[in-house]
Design a protein around this ligand. Structure first.
Ligand code: BTN
Length: 321
């Protein structure tokens, strides 16, 4: 179920962020809502797995949570025209935007929590509440689907540039086709879904997940992951990151629509995590192995096999071996 971010939930969190115990009745008076409304919000937060201690009708938040705020992002944004939605909880921001078609966009939707966050190849994208970035963009281009090659690589480059612009000591890498790496582990991913429209144009839904303030969390059966917090050793303001991400993506998409993938080809080299490594590429049930030799002008991965032949891949799942 989709919940818009409720101003009362924001106020409850802001009150509890001092780490002190607050009586339900005091909070109700202070916020001008009923005690039951406060109780319901606390239950909702507990359902999102937020650690809240409940004792003698008082509530205490174990760790402060700083939520995404539309007003803060808007203030930081250079591209003011984009329409923005902030959701408290949603199945998946990609699915949410798909359901509001034929809206032409550009629209960006950010969520605090995804109950069915999706990764590539049908995988699950872990989306705990209030700590990471889960965002999707919807935008329509007057191009045929076949002309959108390399789009997911472009988004990876733009996301990396956005991160590095915030912290020049940060080195983000991209594992083809679209894993965002910090250090030697995955910190983010990109899920792009493109739909052809009847008039020859197409709509792209670009989903980006980035682990930001996530540290001591254990996910069963999950591959190794990292987060910005692991790397920079402190929490980051997600509003600042979201604003940068939106600006870089919107500006970069303009260039991509005008000039295609070509201007990004050189940039990819700076971020290519697989360059000259021994890798395997899985496409369906078929696995190939070789040395990764960058990408071609369409964004296809080039693999040099042990026989010296060059194979190209338009899609697949890569692993360093
Ligand atoms: C991957 O690495 O497999 C892609 C992960 C993409 C996750 C993002 S989070 C926002 C958007 N909504 C989703 O359900 N998935 C994408």
């Amino acid at each position: 179920m989709t919940h818009q971010l409720s101003p009362n939930l924001l106020k409850v969190i802001q009150t509890l962020n001092d780490g002190k115990r607050h009586a339900g009745s005091d909070m109700a008076k202070q916020l001008g809502i009923s005690r039951t409304a406060v109780w319901k919000i606390v239950q909702r937060l507990k359902n999102y797995n937020l650690a809240i201690e409940v004792q003698h009708q008082g509530y205490r938040l174990i760790e402060p949570v700083h939520l995404i705020e539309k007003a803060k992002i808007k203030k930081l944004l250079k591209n003011k025209e984009i329409s923005m939605e902030i959701l408290e909880s949603v199945l998946s921001t990609n699915d949410y935007l798909r359901n509001i078609r034929p809206n032409k966009g550009p629209i960006v939707c950010l969520a605090e929590y995804q109950t069915k966050g999706r990764g590539r190849l049908g995988r699950e994208w872990m989306s705990p509440f209030g700590c990471n970035i889960y965002c999707s963009f919807l935008f329509t281009v007057n191009k045929d689907i076949s002309e959108l090659s390399g789009l997911s690589l472009v988004i990876g480059i733009l996301a990396s540039q956005a991160l590095e612009s915030l912290n020049h000591n940060l080195k983000s890498m991209l594992k083809w086709p679209n894993d965002i790496y910090l250090g030697d582990k995955k910190a983010g991913g990109i899920l792009i879904e493109v739909m052809a429209e009847a008039n020859g144009s197409c709509t792209a839904i670009i989903g980006i997940g980035l682990n930001v303030n996530m540290k001591d969390v254990h996910f069963a059966n999950n591959k190794p992951w990292t987060s910005l917090e692991h790397i920079v050793k402190q929490k980051s303001d997600r509003n600042v990151i979201a604003a940068k991400l939106i600006d870089y993506i919107l500006n970069g998409l303009d260039v991509y629509v005008e000039e295609g993938f070509k201007p990004f080809l050189k940039e990819w080299k700076k971020y290519d995590y697989l360059a000259n490594k021994d890798v395997s590429v899985q496409v369906g049930k078929t696995k190939s192995a070789g040395i990764a030799k960058g990408i071609d002008e369409n964004g296809f991965l080039i693999l040099e096999t042990s026989k010296g032949a060059k194979e190209k891949f338009s899609s697949g799942d890569t692993t360093v071996i």
